[in-house]
Ligand binder design. Sequence first.
Ligand SMILES: [Zn+2]
Length: 337
Amino acid sequence: MFGKAKKVRFKQKGQFASLEGKTNKQGIRWTSNGVEWSGLKLQAIINNDPIILHGLNSKVKYVRLVRRIFNQKTYWFAQLICEGKPYQKPKNIIGNGTVGIDLGVSTVAIVGDEETIWTSFAVELISKQKKIRKLQRRMDRQRRANNPENFNPNGTVKKGSKRWHNSNQYKKTAAKKREIERKQAAHRKSSHGKLVNRTLELGKNIKTEKVSVKAWQKLWGKSIGFKSPSSFQSELLRKAENAGGTVLMFSTRKTALSQTCLCGNKQKKSLSQRVHHCSVCGLKMQRDILSAYLSRYIDPKTETLSIQLARNGWLGMEKSLLDGWHSGVKSTFENCG
Ligand SMILES: [Zn+2]
């Protein structure tokens, strides 16, 4: 605009969804109850949510305006970036115990002193994914029908610059798809948040394997598969550290927990083998839960398993591990049915 920028970034029509100031002194500013921006005054609609009140009582550093589309209607939000600590809901109590976690692509096993949680990452997300793919295919068909001149006889898109004609039907389908994607993202975020809080109730000292997102990507592709577990993990670690907990991430290669038994026997397992059944001592346990249990006994200095401590702890924990296994099986079954 002023010819002074070194680097100019362009936005496509419709992609200009957020805008922020640098300070709260000039440009986009937050005054006591609304946004001011060179003559423009917008009164904010504020509810009595304690999170928002906590934010309003903090010092505002700068303001971001964000466009959100709900059910094909456009809303503008002012996000206030504040100084200080985030609001802590009174019901989210944070425990002091140690929690071992085994993170899989679609499941997670969480073993605390008092409780074992074994759950899958939101089964209902998968049905939404199917809807999204269906709409994606419909958009593709509509696009082809409206722009036959842009395609080669073999169905591929022609090279070079083209004009695309988007019919109203196509735009409707696209809006529908965006709405489902938004709902899916919101749903994922809230179900992760709940699981993170449940985990922190068990304890803020987290022990877990270093997860290679790259290796997962190779196995599962860039689908929803790996996004869920890695965003759950980063959210958990962030909150645990904020609460003054400790986080230990040990390397898988060194420990090979998924192949280790409590008796010291090491047995290779295929990925499809979900239950650990030791051929030496006869121990039987769901494999992810056993890994999560053993994670609790990784020595932070050597990053190796203290198997004697794990054996000592077993008797007191076995019931909670079995309970976690059984309730996990039950909830998976219900979700699928
Ligand atoms: Zn064994």
